[in-house]
Structures are given as structure tokens and as C-alpha cells.
Design a protein around this ligand. Structure first.
Ligand code: FE2
Length: 228
């Protein structure tokens, strides 16, 4: 049976949070701390019990709700093998498959935006939660938190854009009002995915000259402790 999916938007940080439900169990991807009560109410209304929370990476632009959700519900919190965040209840690694009800979620290690970035791939029906690795017609930046344009190029071309064309892409952020895309769309229309030469991609990413995120100094240290 197709899992349930809800996409929630945090206006302050333009972050998407995803609730997946299958057979009475729920997973929340990239929760925002300030919005916990909204998630808990929605889970109750949908008759879902929160099994686990995953963050795609240690965020610099908002504080994760993972720790608070764990306190409130006793859910599990996954931390990647590569993450320096403490206090998770289990560790996941590249290619590992997590179970949620009748649904399988494959963890794909996709460093580049940060050195601990993951995408989560729900093979059936073909949903990819890309965090800040791939945005709709863009990508996350690579200029802090041990980011690497070379790694992002490899993650995009060797792990993400090789997935089936019809895979739906659900990004970690959108700043232009878009909500989802597909691998085919991004292969054909994403300006960064269209840069074929790795050196050109690295040069492009290393010359963006972006300001630091406003919350970075607060968010990163908090997120290393599940936002608590
Ligand atoms: Fe990020």
C-alpha cells in the first residue's frame, strides 16, 4: 500500500518537513523545533504513532525538533554514521534500509552540502527526500560545515541523478514556492545538474559568495545535541 505523505513548510527558514505514515507508524524527516505541536496534532489526527525521526544533515538554518519529539513521544532518533551529532538512539549508514510499517526507506549517503548529508529514498512508490543535496532547479551550498563541491558533484551524478526518471524529488527547502519535482525534470532543467564537467561545477560552487545563514551560530551547536 502507498505510504501516507504530508509536506509541511516552515516559513521562517523555508524548510520542508515530511511526515511519512505506513501501517500506523510515522517517520518525520527534518522537523523544525518551533513546529513540534503542529506535528504532534497532525500525527494524532492521522492515528499515527511516531516511530522515528531523521535529519538529512546537521542544519545551519533552523533548530531540529528531533530531541523534543523524542522527549515528547519516546520515538527513536537516527543519526548517520558520518554525523558528529550526539544523542541519537540508533546509527544508520549508506545503503541501509529502514523499515516503517510496510514501507522501506533506503539511506543514501550524499556528502557535498555538508560532510554528513543523506537522502532518503522510498523505493515504492519512488520518493526521494533530498535534504539540501538537491533542490528544485538548484542545490544546497557547499561553503561551510565541511561542504565540498567535488563531493556534491559525485553525490549528484553517481547517486541521485541515476535514480529512475519518474522518481519524485522532495527537497529540504524551497525559496520560490515550488514543492516537488522529478529526477527527469532536474536532469533536464536544473542549471547545476546540467554542468557536465566536474571542474566547472567546482568553480561555479566556489564562487557563489553567499552570506552565512542568519541562524548558523545558534543552529549548528544546538543541532549537534538534537536541538536541545
Ligand atoms: Fe542545510
Amino acid at each position: 500500500m502507498t505510504p501516507l505523505l504530508r509536506q509541511l513548510f516552515d516559513h521562517t527558514s523555508s524548510t520542508f518537513t515530511y511526515i511519512l505514515g505506513s501501517n500506523g507508524e510515522a517517520l518525520i524527516i527534518d522537523p523544525v523545533k518551533e513546529n513540534i505541536s503542529q506535528y504532534l496534532q497532525l500525527l494524532a489526527e492521522l492515528n499515527l504513532s511516531l516511530k522515528m525521526v531523521l535529519d538529512t544533515h546537521v542544519h545551519a538554518d533552523h533548530i531540529t525538533g528531533a530531541g523534543l519529539l523524542q522527549k515528547e513521544t519516546g520515538c527513536e532518533v537516527g543519526s548517520s554514521k558520518e554525523s558528529s551529532a550526539c544523542c541519537g538512539s540508533f546509527i544508520f549508514s549508506d545503503q541501509e534500509v529502514l523499515a516503517l510499517g510496510n514501507t522501506s526507506i533506503q539511506c543514501l549517503f550524499t556528502p557535498g552540502h555538508t560532510d554528513d548529508s543523506y537522502c532518503f529514498y522510498v523505493t515504492n512508490p519512488g520518493w526521494l527526500f533530498t535534504g539540501d543535496t538537491l533542490f528544485i532547479r538548484g542545490t544546497g551550498r557547499t561553503d561551510f560545515q565541511n561542504g565540498s563541491a567535488a563531493d556534491l558533484y559525485d553525490s549528484l551524478h553517481n547517486k541521485i541523478l541515476i535514480l529512475p526518471d519518474q522518481t519524485t524529488v522532495f527537497p529540504g527547502h524551497d525559496y520560490k514556492g515550488m514543492t516537488s519535482s522529478s529526477i527527469a525534470e532536474e536532469k533536464n532543467h536544473n542549471p547545476r545538474a546540467l554542468i557536465q564537467e566536474k571542474n566547472d561545477f567546482i568553480h561555479h560552487m566556489n564562487n557563489l559568495k553567499l552570506a552565512d545563514p542568519k541562524m548558523m551560530d545558534v543552529a549548528v551547536p544546538a543541532n549537534l545535541k538534537l536541538g536541545l
